[in-house]
Design a protein around this ligand. Structure first.
Ligand SMILES: Cc1ncc(COP(=O)(O)O)c(C=O)c1O
Length: 412
């Protein structure tokens, strides 16, 4: 098999450094992948496949970091979006899609009575903590150490120019540790507005962990005892595990739930949804953005929710993801490599044994990329409903070859 080359990608990346800080900023830079073994720019996509600017084709297990649940260029979603395009997208007032989508969210997600709309996930995680503060009259927000909730000042993991004061009221506990949670709650008792959790632990650069039942129970009961709110950040898992929300899937007693990514199959919209008791507090919050009101993503979101339900997409990605996870385990074992596949099948991640800095993972994923499989060495993957068993089997065949090369490289 001829290995992919990325000449054009890296020429553009090089030139982009002159015009754009770091050429590409944020985690989509090839520096967060295996530099030199991945493309830097994509040109087109269809279903579960993408093509880079050098013309190389990939089965894409990143799905735009989770937006692509039904497949790129999905005919029903794009038709719904196009219908709204024909009436224009962004105009002075909200479109007539505003109320229907709010009703659909409330009718679909378990335990919510109303919602607001933003663009990115960060918009609505910030909204959620603001709402918790207004409702409770308290300021502290408890987060799990290492969980990503967005790029806004209060939650971004690193980056210069953010005064420490922005994080003054953010306190951290260890995910899945009831003892640590209890300790942090006790230390801040009386000032806690909310506890924000990811539905399960999906931090970058480590195996995923499902939430332990005793941990879920502890968050639910401690929050209640403290008069604090439970905020479930469902931006990454939302619509992948259960249509009614991952809070229901795992048993979180959520007061506020946030969604983004897959909700409109790639069209830009995010949602914070909450219980009826919070509505009066919500009326006091200043929340807006020029593009928050544009109609096309609303139309796409409604079509996406309908199509996920009608097509059984959640069951499909679970089945395909299970085939992928089991197949990867088998292919690794057959080639003498020890791996751990973690997380739910709809969004698995893989690590290698004895690979604390993920160097082996970068090598493996880089080799897969050069053969047309787009995994990520540092971040959980995503399965999409446009994949077929044939795609998974092709992935496994190429992965077996990459495991063999990896084994030769690491020895043992
Ligand atoms: C769990 C979670 N919350 C919030 C965000 C932030 O979303 P966005 O990048 O759309 O602002 C992300 C993005 O990856 C996420 O995974």
């Amino acid at each position: 098999m001829k290995l992919y080359e990325f000449t054009k990608s890296y020429q553009i990346f090089e030139e982009a450094q002159k015009y754009i800080p770091n050429g590409i900023y944020g985690p989509r830079t090839p520096a967060f992948l295996t530099f030199g073994s991945y493309p830097a720019f994509l040109q087109k996509g269809d279903g579960c496949r993408v093509w880079d600017v050098d013309g190389n084709e990939y089965i894409d297990y990143m799905c735009s970091f989770g937006t692509n649940l039904l497949g790129l260029r999905h005919p029903k979603i794009d038709a719904a979006a196009r219908k709204q395009w024909d009436n224009a997208d962004c105009f002075t007032l909200p479109s007539d899609q505003w109320l229907p989508l709010a009703k659909k969210i409330v009718g679909t997600i378990n335990g919510v009575d109303w919602c607001v709309f933003g663009k990115n996930g960060s918009d609505v995680t910030s909204y959620a903590i603001t709402l918790a503060r207004v409702f409770t009259g308290k300021n502290d927000i408890l987060l799990a150490r290492g969980t990503y909730h967005g790029s806004h000042f209060w939650c971004q993991p690193h980056g210069q120019g953010v005064p420490e004061e922005w994080k003054t009221h953010i306190k951290y506990f260890d995910y899945n540790s009831v003892d640590d949670l209890k300790k942090v709650v006790a230390e801040n008792s009386g000032t806690i507005a909310g506890i924000m959790v990811a539905p399960h632990r999906h931090d970058a650069m480590r195996d995923q962990e499902l939430p332990k039942k005793e941990f879920v129970d502890a968050v639910n009961s401690l929050a209640k005892k403290e008069g604090a709110l439970v905020i479930v950040d469902d931006i990454r898992c939302g619509f992948r595990l259960k249509l009614e929300g991952s809070a229901l899937h795992y048993g979180w007693d959520a007061d506020i739930q946030t969604f983004g990514k897959a909700i409109a199959n790639g069209y830009p919209i995010s949602v914070a949804a909450a219980r009826a008791e919070l509505m009066e507090s919500a009326k006091k919050i200043f929340f807006t953005g020029t593009h928050y009101f544009s109609g096309v993503p609303f139309a796409a979101a409604m079509a996406t929710i309908d199509e996920i339900q009608a097509s059984g997409a959640i069951e499909k990605i679970d089945t395909l993801g299970t085939r992928l996870m089991k197949g990867m385990e088998k292919a690794a074992a057959e080639n003498g490599v020890k791996v751990t596949l973690s997380g739910p099948p709809a969004m698995p991640y893989m690590t290698f044994a004895d690979d604390p800095n993920l160097g082996t993972n970068r090598f493996f994923c880089g080799e897969a990329s050069r053969r047309g499989i787009f995994f990520h060495p540092h971040h959980n993957w995503f399965v999409c409903a446009a994949m077929t068993e044939k795609d998974i089997d092709k992935t496994l065949e190429i992965s077996a070859e990459c495991f063999k090369i990896t084994r030769e490289k690491i020895g043992g």
